[in-house]
Design a protein around this ligand. Structure first.
Ligand code: NAP
Length: 481
């Protein structure tokens, strides 16, 4: 179930939020600590105004609530609200037998016994959960993973406590995967926000429409992307839309990772079928792969990992993703020479792709030794980025592969002094923003442009094929352009 947390200051605000999100949610949580004093007194009518089960919660300040109030008053307000037809009431684990609990039991309102930890995942999380469930209540833990290993600990909850009614939430950015894959944790619900998204929170609409989190079942195949940072990635949107369009029972999740080793252990445990790899792990994953394609071997970096019998296989789809949009111009002879700005991981794949098709390449980089390494392997020239102007008017293609100009530093251009003749084809692989400063200057000069979003889409389509065995459905808006 997807549960919308209501944080309005009036019941009308909360009602509006329920209406706006009605098609995405199965239940809601009325947070009394957000309501004004007068509205708290009217809270008992709320369940009769909505056609959903409602959780009654008055969060204390120390548990993330937003009202400083005496414990006696808090409980009195909860008791009064319980006159209404709430389905559940949240009671903190350290609140001893109280009038709230007595009234809830008397009325048959199910108790959610909750534990919050904003610092960490407690070491004895499984026994804590078990303890919370002892009286037949729903055990709830909302804890804060500080590493991917902590996330893994939360995913093992279901194996440790099968059959226990529970709600398990990983808060913060590491916890995002637990919110999306809540069913795999055996969590009876996931909390969603209305619109404003705090770190780690996901909107109800996104959970329902993009991730289809409530459709996950035992047979749902898990895919994802690992990176750090990763939550900005557009790949989940693309792959989840593709899965939905071809009725493929799968979900694609962003995993914020700090250790590739922890992730591979997790991937084995969860039987993950495949995943994309982004900065900074494209090289780190290599030592875990039993089989790699020729591109990965040559380029020394891998952006796609798939499960094959008995091992993990590494693929590099950046290579094809980059070359496809300019292939016609290479075939026609329009592109014979290229200037590649940057000598990082993406540059290596690009230089190799261009060399494979006989294009003469010069690499320009700030750190000359990195340009030299790629140039030596791929038999091409290299120079310092400061000398970019020397190549004015002498190349057919300019490819920008550095992170200069990437959001939020959108007013930067790594070759500021370079003058375009207008005859060059200019390709910036940055996709956020689509129109970088470099591209807008090239456009002014009359150059033909290629965008990072084209490469992203093409490499994503190939990943989709590697993951599912099917073409990316052409009728779907991938959300990448
Ligand atoms: P990387 O391995 O970290 O390489 C970064 C490159 O940027 C290096 O050449 C680095 O030069 C250069 N650089 C960074 N800051 C600079 C500065 N202030 N001045 C001059 N040069 C600077 O990163 P990557 O994986 O190759 O990715 C690079 C960019 O490509 C990122 O923006 C990424 O989003 C984008 N990308 C796009 C796609 C796509 O599908 N469109 C795919 C992959 C990557 P030094 O060697 O001197 O540090």
């Amino acid at each position: 179930m997807i549960c919308l947390t209501l944080s309005g200051s009036t019941l009308s605000d909360d009602l509006r939020a329920v209406k706006e999100n009605r098609e995405y949610i199965d239940m809601c949580e009325l947070r009394l600590d957000f309501l004004t004093e007068d509205e708290q007194k009217r809270a008992s009518i709320f369940p009769s105004l909505v056609d959903l089960p409602v959780i009654l919660t008055f969060r204390r300040l120390q548990d993330g609530g937003c009202l400083n109030i005496s414990e006696k008053s808090r409980r009195a307000i909860l008791v009064s609200a319980l006159d209404g037809d709430f389905k559940y009431v949240d009671i903190e684990e350290d609140v001893k037998r109280s009038e709230v609990e007595d009234k809830a039991r008397e009325k048959g309102v199910r108790i959610i016994r909750s534990l919050h930890d904003f610092e960490k995942v407690p070491e004895d999380i499984y026994s804590k959960l078990y303890h919370l469930s002892e009286k037949g209540d729903i055990a709830k833990v909302a804890v804060t993973p500080r590493s991917f290993q902590d996330v893994f600990t939360l995913f093992r909850v279901e194996e440790e406590l099968k059959g226990v009614d529970k709600i398990v939430i990983g808060m913060g950015e590491y916890g995002v995967a637990t919110r999306i894959l809540y069913k795999k944790l055996g969590s009876m619900l996931t909390f969603a926000s209305s619109n404003e998204v705090a770190p780690g929170q996901i909107s109800a609409k996104e959970l329902k429409l993009e991730y289809r989190a409530d459709h996950v079942n035992d047979r749902t195949a898990i895919y994802g992307i690992i990176g750090n940072p990763v939550l900005h990635s557009a790949s989940p949107r693309m792959h989840n839309r593709g899965f939905k369009a071809i009725n493929f029972n799968a979900i694609y999740v962003p995993f914020l990772v700090d250790s590739v080793r922890s992730f591979f252990m997790f991937a084995e445990y969860m039987k993950i079928r495949g995943f994309s790899v982004t900065v900074p792990f494209k090289v780190d994953v290599l030592s875990y792969l039993g089989n790699v394609t020729r591109e990965v071997k040559q380029i020394g970096s891998c952006n796609t990992v798939v499960r094959v019998p008995g091992m993990w296989k590494g693929i590099n789809t950046d290579y094809y993703g980059f070359i496809k949009p300019i292939m016609a111009d290479i075939d026609s002879g329009r592109i014979k020479t290229a200037l590649v700005i940057g000598a990082g991981g993406a540059s290596h794949a690009i230089v190799w792709a261009l060399r494979n098709y006989g294009v003469k390449v010069t690499i320009l980089n700030r750190t000359l030794s990195r340009a030299e390494t790629i140039a030596r392997i791929n038999l091409c020239d290299y120079d310092s980025i400061e000398n970019a102007s020397r190549y004015e008017g002498s190349v057919d293609l300019i490819v920008q592969t550095t992170s200069v100009g990437l959001y939020p530093e959108v007013d930067q251009n790594p070759i500021e002094a370079f003058h375009f003749s207008g005859n060059e084809i200019v390709y910036d692989i940055i996709y956020k923003p689509k129109m970088t400063k470099l591209l807008s200057e090239a456009e002014k000069a009359g150059c033909k442009l290629h965008y990072g979003s084209e490469m992203l889409l093409e490499q994503g389509k190939l990943q989709f094929e590697a993951f599912t065995g099917y073409h990316y459905p052409h009728w779907v808006d991938s959300g990448l352009e």
